[in-house]
Design a protein around this ligand. Structure first.
Ligand SMILES: Cc1cc2nc3c(=O)[nH]c(=O)nc-3n(C[C@H](O)[C@H](O)[C@H](O)COP(=O)(O)O)c2cc1C
Length: 293
């Protein structure tokens, strides 16, 4: 078998999709297949170029935002050059298995229009980085499940097995409407961000913002925000002093912050949370975690 070269174009606001992309690369390597990752913001900022022809398979991955794709990801795929029936797989990370199915039909449609042959789609449920904080045990359980699932997905991708998720009309409509609202909401979320007195002007937020939405005002020397936000929450969670707040929309921000790596690297967390006996909200995670049909 010829060695296959794979490139994964991903966006990750707070690390989940980046971790998942890394798991894909590790798993491909076990099959002697070289896979590399490119962050879409680097492409959009001109730091990386797109070279589809150099790869046998292309991967596309992003977090689910309001049943759809973040604005920055849609912008990226719209800017892609046309392909030549290039085999492609597409994955999303979400905070809940509820949006399983083809809720991001928009992305597939654009890719197909550009002649990317999307033959495999998957959803990897990761911890939520918005509104609610998951217990550490659930964070690790989801990460471990993602590892198991990716091992299977990689085999399917290398065998070019077709796995497309169902796109019911109702899901397509929900995805479209929520996504439109989220794109508008992102603009205002960004606009209403501000820094508190605890900001020590380290400028980390400016350097890390994927859309260049943050700048230092030349007169006041204060950190300011524009309307180019993609609602990824990265700036809020990476701020070492927890100085970034929102005037009206703080309910979206997890109070204690979000850092998945800290949890999965903690050996004290075993990763057992949802079981067959689980009742209440997380009951439906059981089906996702253990592939119960
Ligand atoms: C603005 C926003 C909207 C979101 N909408 C959804 C959603 O509709 N459904 C869902 O299951 N998770 C939703 N999430 C959670 C993320 O999809 C999930 O935590 C994802 O793994 C984050 O990936 P990242 O760390 O790579 O950014 C949302 C997160 C954000 C920030």
């Amino acid at each position: 078998m010829n060695l296959k070269k794979i490139c994964i174009y991903y966006f990750s606001g707070t690390g989940n999709t980046e971790l998942v992309s890394q798991l894909f690369c590790t798993e491909f390597a076990k099959h002697a297949v070289q896979a590399k990752m490119i962050a879409v913001e680097d492409v959009l900022k001109g730091k990386s170029s797109i070279s589809i022809k150099n790869y046998d398979i292309i991967g596309f991955g992003h977090p689910v935002h309001a049943f759809g794709a973040p604005k920055i990801y849609l912008e990226f795929i719209k800017s892609l050059p046309p392909a030549d029936n290039t085999p492609s797989f597409y994955f999303r990370t979400s905070g809940d298995p509820l949006c399983n199915g083809g809720a991001t039909s928009m992305v597939r449609k654009i890719l197909q229009r550009k002649k990317y042959n999307v033959f495999h789609e998957s959803l990897l449920v990761m911890p939520s980085n918005v509104v609610v904080q998951y217990e550490d045990e659930l964070v690790k359980q989801l990460f471990n499940a993602a590892k198991r699932k990716i091992s299977k997905i990689v085999k399917e991708v290398l065998r070019k097995e077709s796995h497309l998720q169902k796109n019911s009309l109702i899901l397509r409509i929900i995805s479209y409407l929520f996504n439109k609202a989220e794109t508008l909401g992102a603009k205002y979320f960004g606009r209403y961000l501000y820094v508190t007195e605890s900001c020590d002007q380290c400028n980390l937020c400016i350097r890390k913002c994927p859309t260049g939405n943050i700048y230092e005002d030349s007169e006041s020397r204060k950190i300011k925000f524009e309307k180019k936000c993609t609602f990824c929450l990265r700036c809020v969670y990476i701020c070492p002093n927890n100085s970034i707040k929102n005037k009206y929309m703080n309910l979206f921000i997890i109070k204690n912050g979000y850092n998945i790596r800290k949890v999965i690297e903690n050996p004290g967390v075993r990763g057992i949370y949802v079981t067959e006996a689980t009742k209440g909200y997380f009951k439906h995670f059981y089906k996702y975690l253990y592939n119960v049909e």
